[in-house]
Design a protein around this ligand. Structure first.
Ligand code: GLU
Length: 425
């Protein structure tokens, strides 16, 4: 299960954020910049539908618990709604809506034939037993069953959800439908129709982006230092692949702190220690404050935790030249303004972490074909897609003097707007 990153209440931090407002502010600014018709933007901006429901389960002690659940179906002009389901105590309807909008953009950035969706439940899954977690996962499926399906809406894992939860969900959905429906969920276990490489996909795709960045800006991996905030599924796989490819991963952090070694950490050891002792801080290296990872003197900073992780104050302290957003929405609008003024290049989430949904697409294709690919094939196809999306973004950055986020959004909006126009004319 992915780790819950605990972010304390602080000025301008995650607690004071409205992610939906953040998402819309960014979108509207780019739409204006690229001259997208206001009326057309209106057809894209708001989610098509947001389902809000309550989930009830009987606890192991015989009591009943009620949880709030959501599924936001943002836009399906380019294909079925697609996006994960997160279980987290800080989930809100606005957050789920923002994440669903980013999914629409993300799928268009990498050109996978999906729209965007997202789901969430307000719950701390670490306070549930395994049986209770299964009951909650199945209850979620019963609530959304009428609006999901391989050609309607295809959920997947997100923060605090994983392949086991997808297995319960597919099982519940298949029972309701009276037939096996593998392609309704992605991120499943391999034995149940999952794809090779899906677990690693977000981190793998992120390192493909790092490679493109290195090529483009003439960075040699051996001399490029990397610091990673968050060591859940995404952060740990990113660290693993980056280290394997020769980058110097000098710091990683989790909710308990940061571990640092200016010569580069032994990532294999950090992964082992995290698994055995529950925190990266027990690994060999210098221990720093948790947020210390953000202000280290490195080339590349990789936020791989939750949204709002880099606020205005953090942005002033960032020393990295590049940020690769592996979390969704880690940089606030105000923080990005400061970073850009200071010359920091921010590679946006909608490109950087799109490896996950890209391999989800491969999984869906394999389920529908009943023909499965090797991990090498998956990674080779993924690399091609990530490199192409990066090049398309850079063409806009160079040609139209847009920021990296504006360029990626512009490419996505152009594709989505064309699909909307073709449908409505
Ligand atoms: N939750 C992941 C994301 O935010 C993956 C979504 C998917 O595979 O559908 O991109």
């Amino acid at each position: 299960m992915e780790e819950v990153i605990k972010v304390p209440k602080r000025e301008g931090g995650i607690m004071s954020l409205n992610p939906w407002q953040e998402a819309v502010t960014n979108l509207e600014a780019v739409a204006k910049q690229i001259g997208l018709d206001k009326n057309l933007l209106e057809t894209i901006e708001k989610p098509d539908r947001v389902l809000e429901f309550k989930l009830m389960i009987k606890r192991d002690d015989g009591s009943y618990s009620i949880f709030d659940g959501f599924r936001s179906q943002h836009n399906n002009a380019c294909g079925p709604y697609k996006g994960g389901i997160r279980f987290h105590p800080r989930v809100t309807k606005e957050e789920v809506m923002a994440l669903s909008l980013w999914m629409t953009l993300k799928c268009a950035v990498v050109g996978v034939p999906y729209g965007g969706g997202k789901g969430g439940v307000i719950v701390d899954p670490h306070k549930l037993s395994l049986t209770e977690l299964e009951k909650l996962s199945r209850a979620y499926v019963r609530a959304v069953a009428p609006i999901i399906g391989p050609d309607k809406d295809v959920p997947a894992p997100d923060v605090n959800t994983n392949a086991q939860i997808m297995a319960w969900m597919v099982d519940e959905y298949s029972h309701l439908k009276g037939e096996l429906s593998l392609a309704t969920f992605t991120g499943k276990p391999i034995e149940m129709g999952g794809s090779q490489g899906r677990t690693e996909a977000t981190g793998r795709g992120g390192v493909d982006v790092l490679n493109s960045l290195a090529k483009y800006y003439n960075l040699s991996p051996q001399e490029t230092t990397v610091a990673i905030q968050g060591f859940g599924n995404v952060g740990s796989w990113f660290a693993d692949f980056a280290a394997q490819e020769g980058y110097k991963v000098v710091a990683v952090s989790d909710s308990r702190g940061t571990i640092y070694n200016s010569q580069g950490l032994d990532i294999e050891e950090v992964i082992k220690v995290k698994k055995e002792k529950g925190s990266v801080t027990a690994a060999t290296g210098e221990k720093l404050e948790r947020d210390g990872v953000l202000s280290l003197n490195v080339d590349v900073l990789v936020p791989a935790a939750l949204e709002g992780a880099i606020n205005e104050a953090d942005a002033e302290a960032v020393k990295a030249k590049y940020i690769i957003e592996m979390a969704n929405g880690p940089t606030t609008v105000e923080a990005e303004e400061i970073l850009l003024k200071r010359g920091v290049k921010v590679i946006p989430d909608v490109l950087a972490n799109a490896g996950g949904v890209t391999v989800s697409y491969f999984e869906w294709v394999q389920n529908r074909q009943g023909y499965y690919w090797s991990k090498d094939e998956v990674f080779a196809k993924l690399e091609k897609i990530m490199a192409q999306a990066f090049d398309e973004m850079m063409a806009k950055v160079k040609g139209e003097r847009l920021t990296h986020r504006q360029a990626a959004y512009a490419n996505a909006l152009t594709k989505i707007a064309a699909a909307v126009q073709q449908r409505l004319s």
